[in-house]
Structure formats: structure tokens, C-alpha cells
Design a protein around this ligand. Structure first.
Ligand code: TYD
Ligand code: MG
Length: 454
């Protein structure tokens, strides 16, 4: 191996210093220097040279666009977010809170792949072999042929990968792996980045598909999976709260498939089971409508999902709080301003809490209208009608903008028995949808007016 020494690289300007300093001598930014490895005979720019399969210039249209071959994992919901299955030499990062089910899902997937004749390796740095074995028994996978390696030292892992050449290897987790070349502790930004870069290079060079497990750390995900997102081909995140049995796995980035695709699982005593028809699982069961609740249809992947948005507006202290769970807090502040300015509904002296039921995270602006209707419903103490749904983006001028693929959303709502909808004008279908009364609106005031008259 090349002679390696430790240097410090600035996160801001990329400048290099031989020793650690509080302030970067190049760009003068504070606390940006991170330990890294300088390889004396390999210039830094050649770091990913092995990724380039060819150095010849070619006309784009002449390059044969062979479709990537994918191997299904046998878990339909996981394959959905992976874009059909695992890809040779692909690197997948799977992130999520501790205890949410990352190890469980991957052990299940490896076992299914092994049973269908592919070689697999599970590298565990968090649990001993015995603990993994115990988990596999609990999962109802006795006599599993998955190879297990309890190891945290990078070089040993790389050597084993080269010796065994499995089809898929899971590294659980990247935060426990460390390289001897660096003095910083496992789990630090420097270690996580360096180890992931080596593993990525190994995957590209050998064709092994590598799945990296990353914990999202409580402190703003600094040393967590975030620092790796640009290096890997696919980034999946677990969503859902650990108290409910449902888990969502969402593709945030995918070089081999669509992003924002969602896989839905239920945690059972036999591990994670795919939920093939998940559209109604994020509704809480109220016998009668309650104030502060509005159902919306979200469509971030290919499947529509009905999600209940809850709001609680309550008289606050001198500095009222705005809190949101599963929705963007800045967007909530903006919506409250729009509500005040354009619909004349003031919450200035009130605490406002909003929540997307079931731990689901909604990033699309189509939730805006449902958030506003839930807030006004809570403020007035008046429930929305039974079987009511709403969706649509709300702009600063008080206009209600269309959501993509409105028809599909409405059809799903009708299928689940919803009967009244308030939607953006451009989303109103030309032909009526059976069982659904649709009110098309162009402005927030209009939506408020319609809801009051229902
Ligand atoms: P785990 O996969 O260990 O989480 P992570 O690797 O993301 O930290 O999941 C652990 C949780 O799942 C734990 O709280 C117990 C629960 N669980 C079940 O409910 N059923 C099962 O069959 C298994 C194996 C775990
Ligand atoms: Mg784990």
C-alpha cells in the first residue's frame, strides 16, 4: 500500500494544512479543518480514477445504452425504492434513527438473496455474531447461509470482501468502521468519509454491491449519513416513529431509479413485512370528525397516500410557539402569515402545533391547504365534515396552486370512501368522480368560505 500520512482538509475551500488549526489559513473559516489521508504517490485528483471505465471520447448517441441489470431482493417494497433491485457495483446508503429497523430489514433481504442462490456478506460492527444469530432466529430464519463477519477495521473488511467476492455486502454500520490511517475516533466525519470512500472504490472495482448502514445522529446529522450522500449511488432513509408499527423507506437519491419512491413496511414479531396497499394506514380512526384534523392525499412516489394532518391552536404566552412534526416549520410560519393577510384569520397570540399522523414526513407543498384548513378548524373548534379531503399548494399571494397528478389523488380518495374534496381549480377533473363532490378553488379565502358553508 502507498505510504500515507495524515493531513487536514478545509470543508469550505478544500485547502490543506499539515496540522490541525482552529482557523483555515487559506479561507480563514473557523472549525472547518477535518482530518484526512494524503496518499503520497496517488495525487488527490486521481482518487476516483478507478471509477472511470474508459477514457475515450464518444458520441453520446453512439454509446450503447444497455439497461442496468437488477437483482430483486425478494422484498417487493424494498425493490420498489431501490428501483427494481440491487445493481452490480452499486453503493446504497440506508439511514435512519437507531432502533427503526435497518438491521432487521437488511438481514431479511440478505437471507432472501442467499436463499435464491446469491452470495451475501453481513459485516456487523455493532452486534456480535451471536446477537445477529439471535435476531435471525427471532425473524424465523433458522439455518441461514448468510456469511457474517464481526469486524470494524477497514483493511480487514476490504481484504475479506476481496477474498469472498460476495454479490452483496452490508456494512452495519459505517459509523463503527475505522481506518488505521486516521487518528480520529470511529464515527467522526473524517473516519466515516474515508471509510466510505474506500468501500465505494472497492464496490466499483470489484462489482460487489455494498449497502452502508448509517445512523442519523441526534446532533444535526453531522457525522451521520449526510456527509456520504454525494458519494453513493442510492440514498434511502427510514421514516416513521418507533412507537407505531409502520415504517416508510424513502429514496432520496437514486442513480438507478426514481427518487421519492416510498416503500411501506409493518414491524411484526417476525420482522418487517411489506404493506402492498398502504394508502389508508396514516389515518387515525375517529368515529366522528374532530376539530383540527384534515386529511390530504400526498403523492411523492408513484403511489397516493392518504395522510391526516392535525393542528392544535391554543392561547400562547408572550412569545407563542409554532411547532411542526413531519412538516416544514418555516413553511408553517409562511402559511400562518398568508392565513392572516389573505383570509383575515389571526393566530398571532396563539401557540400553533401541527403534526402529520403516523410519523410520515411530508415535503411536498401540496399539504399547504390541508394544514391551513386543520388550523382554522382547530381555532374555531369546528370539525371539518365527515369524509373530507383537501390538497393544494398555497402561494404568498393567497393563490391556491395545483398539485401534480391531481386526478390520481382524487380517485384514491374516492376509492377509500371520501365524499367531499376542496382542491385547486386546475386539479378539478373534467368528468365527475363517482361518490366525490369536488369544490375547485383559486384562492385561500374561497377555500375558507366553502368549508364554512359545508
Ligand atoms: P433494528 O433493526 O435493530 O434497528 P436499527 O438497526 O435501525 O437500529 O430494529 C430493532 C427494533 O425492531 C427493536 O426495537 C425491536 C424491533 N423488532 C421487532 O419488533 N420484531 C423483530 O422481529 C425484530 C428483529 C425487531
Ligand atoms: Mg442496527
Amino acid at each position: 500500500m502507498a505510504k500515507e500520512k495524515t493531513i487536514y482538509t478545509c470543508n469550505e475551500c478544500g485547502g490543506v494544512t499539515p496540522k490541525w488549526l482552529g482557523k483555515c489559513p487559506h479561507c480563514e473559516a473557523w472549525n472547518t479543518l477535518v482530518e484526512s489521508v494524503a496518499q503520497s504517490n496517488v495525487p488527490a485528483k486521481n482518487r476516483f480514477a478507478s471509477l472511470a471505465k474508459t477514457a475515450e471520447v464518444a458520441v453520446l448517441g453512439d454509446i450503447a445504452a444497455t439497461d442496468i441489470e437488477r437483482t430483486p431482493t425478494g422484498h417487493e417494497e424494498l425493490d420498489r425504492v431501490l428501483g427494481g433491485g440491487i445493481v452490480e457495483g452499486g453503493v446504497v446508503l440506508i439511514g435512519g434513527d437507531p432502533g427503526i429497523g435497518k438491521s432487521t430489514l437488511l438481514l431479511q433481504a440478505l437471507d432472501a438473496l442467499q436463499r435464491s442462490g446469491h452470495s451475501t456478506l453481513y459485516v456487523t460492527g455493532e452486534e456480535s455474531g451471536a446477537q445477529v444469530a439471535l435476531r435471525s432466529r427471532r425473524l424465523g430464519l433458522p439455518n441461514s447461509r448468510v456469511l457474517v463477519l464481526a469486524e470494524i477495521q477497514l483493511d480487514k473488511i476490504l481484504n475479506t470482501l476481496e477474498a469472498i467476492q460476495p454479490m452483496v455486502a452490508v456494512i452495519d454500520s459505517i459509523q463503527t468502521v475505522y481506518s488505521d490511517q486516521l487518528t480520529s475516533a470511529p464515527g467522526s466525519v473524517a473516519q466515516v468519509r474515508e471509510c466510505a470512500a474506500h468501500l465505494t472504490r472497492a464496490a466499483k472495482a470489484s462489482g460487489v454491491c455494498i449497502v452502508l448502514v448509517g445512523h442519523v445522529t441526534k446532533e444535526g446529522t453531522l457525522a451521520g449519513p449526510r456527509v456520504l450522500e454525494h458519494m453513493v449511488d442510492t440514498v434511502l432513509y427510514f421514516e416513521g416513529d418507533t412507537h407505531s408499527s409502520f415504517r416508510l423507506v424513502r429514496a432520496i437519491k437514486n442513480r438507478f431509479g426514481a427518487v421519492n419512491e416510498i416503500g411501506v413496511f409493518a414491524m411484526t414479531e417476525k420482522g418487517l413485512k411489506g404493506v402492498s396497499n398502504p394508502s389508508a394506514i396514516f389515518l387515525s380512526q375517529h368515529a366522528e370528525p374532530v376539530p383540527g384534523s384534515c386529511v390530504m392525499v400526498t403523492l411523492e412516489g408513484t403511489r397516493p397516500l392518504l395522510v391526516e394532518i392535525q393542528a392544535l391552536v391554543d392561547s400562547g404566552g408572550p412569545s407563542p410557539r409554532r411547532l411542526s412534526v413531519g412538516l416544514d416549520r418555516d413553511r408553517l410560519a409562511m402559511l400562518l402569515a398568508v392565513l392572516h393577510r389573505h383570509a383575515g384569520v389571526a393566530c398571532m397570540d396563539q401557540d400553533v402545533f401541527v403534526n402529520a399522523v403516523g410519523g410520515v414526513r411530508i415535503s411536498e407543498p401540496a399539504a399547504d391547504l390541508a394544514v391551513l384548513l386543520a388550523i382554522t378548524s382547530s381555532l374555531r373548534g369546528k370539525p371539518l365534515p365527515k369524509g373530507f379531503i383537501a390538497f393544494g399548494e398555497v402561494g404568498l399571494a393567497g393563490e391556491v396552486r395545483p398539485a401534480p397528478r391531481g386526478q390520481e389523488r382524487l380517485k384514491e380518495a374516492a376509492k377509500l370512501g371520501f365524499s367531499v374534496a376542496v382542491v385547486p381549480k386546475a386539479n378539478a377533473p373534467k368528468k365527475p368522480i363517482d361518490g366525490l363532490t369536488i369544490h375547485a378553488v383559486e384562492r385561500v379565502e374561497q377555500a375558507m368560505e366553502i368549508v364554512r358553508s359545508l
